[in-house]
Design a protein around this ligand. Sequence first.
Ligand code: HEC
Length: 108
Amino acid sequence: MKVKTQLGIALIAMMAATTLTAVAQNAGEATYKAKCQMCHGADGSGNTPAGKAMKAMPLTSPAIVKESNEDLIAVTKSGKGKMPAYAAKLSDGQIKEIVAYIRTLEKK
Ligand code: HEC
């Protein structure tokens, strides 16, 4: 009986963790669409008028895939070249969620 209960608890914990990840990803997606998509495109390709004009490289390019989450968070906070800085506009949590969402684009 005890084993069964523990198994049940483990299962519930696992399900809760999966749901939380999904929620974070959706939040990241929403923020990305609102703040980043105009330059970086829905698929991260940078294939938008603004992205092309500013030469935003695809977020799915090997050079960026190789960078750590911390690197991408740092660029998003401080900006780079024509890329605006978001430290004052987005919370650390929001930026983390966006980077998590960018990682899902890389896998497509
Ligand atoms: C106004 C257009 C614009 C917007 C909006 C924008 N970016 Fe960028 N982004 C750029 C440009 C241009 C570059 C290329 C910068 C360079 O390499 O000089 C870039 C580069 C990047 C890079 C790659 C940096 C690297 O390591 O080379 C990341 C990551 C990134 N942007 C994330 C974001 C995120 C996240 C958002 C939304 C919060 C966002 N960007 C919004 C224009 C934009």
